[in-house]
Design a protein around this ligand. Structure first.
Ligand SMILES: Cc1ncc(COP(=O)(O)O)c(C=O)c1O
Length: 373
């Protein structure tokens, strides 16, 4: 039995994480998985998430910042780690020392690598990122030829991987993703002419794992799906996954109030009959999605109860009707725990947000509780 403190809690179901990983693996075949644990593991806790799967076969990690990568190394994560962010000259030595993989995303980065190699005779491991239509980080397709030419003729500069990122793979139509893929394939063809071989070629994300198998190449990048959440409502979930996080908060007070009682800031919620209002210790400062109060509810003992009035910074109120919950019990905000199931996907859709925003918002005083089975 897990004794949990009062307040916001993110229960992390590590067994589900591992079974999600295996279900994804069954779907994509024998390819290494580049598991994205940036932004504190999508709000789940990068270190416990990485530790839970680091020994699974073929697991590599990707993070955004160099600091995130160093934190994984400090915590004895020895898998390959790719850093997505823009390369900075000062990253090069740190990447070499810590065996990290950098991102070459512009012709300038090639200048940094060459000058480091000519001064110190060393080059970090790196993957080349091409921009095929996201218009974010990545070498322009029009610069592919000069870059590949420089790489082919530079001593000591060997790219280990090549990749790109889809802008719309989790939208309904896949035509733009197919266009990006054709751009990427044209660079791969060009690289062959220069006799440049890449150990790792990767293009997918959760959306394209579900709807674009041509994007798998010889490594599959995956974020949201390992956390057991759909990347969007527009892709069909052909892989069985379960939510790794159950976000909960505890009931700290109950009050029986008459009809017409105003609840919370602005007094916009007024009770329709005599009812029990519970105070739950979790607020928007802990990552609770504030706009959800308008149509929102929480789940308790398998029943949904309406959020009463505006969510406060540290607390929110719930209309329990004639139910008498126990003070100290948790209500579920999203996830799946015991009798309660409330998909984060449905909250994201209701408030016009995304699951990425809601999960990475978890913060503040939220305590992480790791559930091993
Ligand atoms: C470069 C890159 N690759 C892969 C991913 C993972 O995407 P998803 O969580 O949709 O699988 C991300 C996430 O934002 C990303 O920025």
């Amino acid at each position: 039995m897990v004794m949990a403190a009062i307040g916001p809690k993110a229960f992390i179901h590590l067994d589900r994480l591992r079974s999600n990983l295996w279900n994804i693996r069954r779907h994509i075949g024998e390819r290494p998985l580049l598991c994205v644990v940036k932004a504190n593991g999508y709000g789940h806790g990068a270190i416990p998430i990485a530790k839970a799967i680091s020994r699974e076969p073929g697991v590599h990690f990707a993070v955004f910042s160099l600091d995130e990568a160093l934190e994984l190394r400090k915590n004895s994560i020895n898998n390959n780690i790719l850093v997505f962010s823009r390369m900075q000259p000062e990253y090069i030595e740190l990447a070499i020392i810590n065996n990290l993989i950098l991102n070459l995303s512009s012709l300038d980065d090639m200048v940094y690598l060459k000058s480091h190699f000519s001064r110190y005779g060393k080059c970090p491991r790196f993957h080349i990122k091409f921009d095929t239509g996201m218009t974010r980080l990545g070498v322009n397709i029009s610069d592919a030829e000069p870059l590949l030419d420089k790489i082919a003729s530079s001593e000591g500069i060997y790219p280990e991987g090549i990749y790109s990122h889809f802008a719309t793979a989790d939208e309904g139509g896949i035509s733009y993703a197919e266009y990006q893929l054709s751009q990427f394939n044209s660079v791969l063809e060009m690289a062959k002419k220069y006799n440049i071989h890449f150990k790792y070629v990767h293009c997918s994300n959760s959306g394209s794992i579900l709807n674009l198998p041509q994007s798998y190449f010889n490594m599959v990048r995956v974020g949201m799906l390992i956390y057991g959440v759909a990347p969007s409502k527009d892709v069909s979930m052909d892989i069985v996954v379960e939510p790794v996080m159950s976000f909960c908060g505890s009931i700290v007070e109950l009050r029986r109030v008459p009809r017409g009682t105003q609840v919370s800031y602005g007094g916009i919620y007024s009770t329709k009959k005599e009812t029990t209002i519970g105070v739950v210790q979790t607020g928007f400062a802990d990552g609770f999605p504030r706009p959800w109060f308008q149509n929102g509810f929480v789940s308790y003992n398998g029943q949904d109860y309406k959020i009463a009035g505006r969510v406060c910074m540290d607390q929110l109120m719930v209309d329990f009707g004639d139910e008498t919950p126990n003070i100290g019990d948790d209500v579920l905000f999203f996830g799946k725990k015991d009798l309660d199931h409330l998909p984060v996907e449905s909250i994201a859709e209701s408030i016009g947000s995304t699951t990425y925003v809601l999960l990475t918002a978890i913060k503040g005083r939220t305590k992480y509780i790791l559930l091993k089975d």
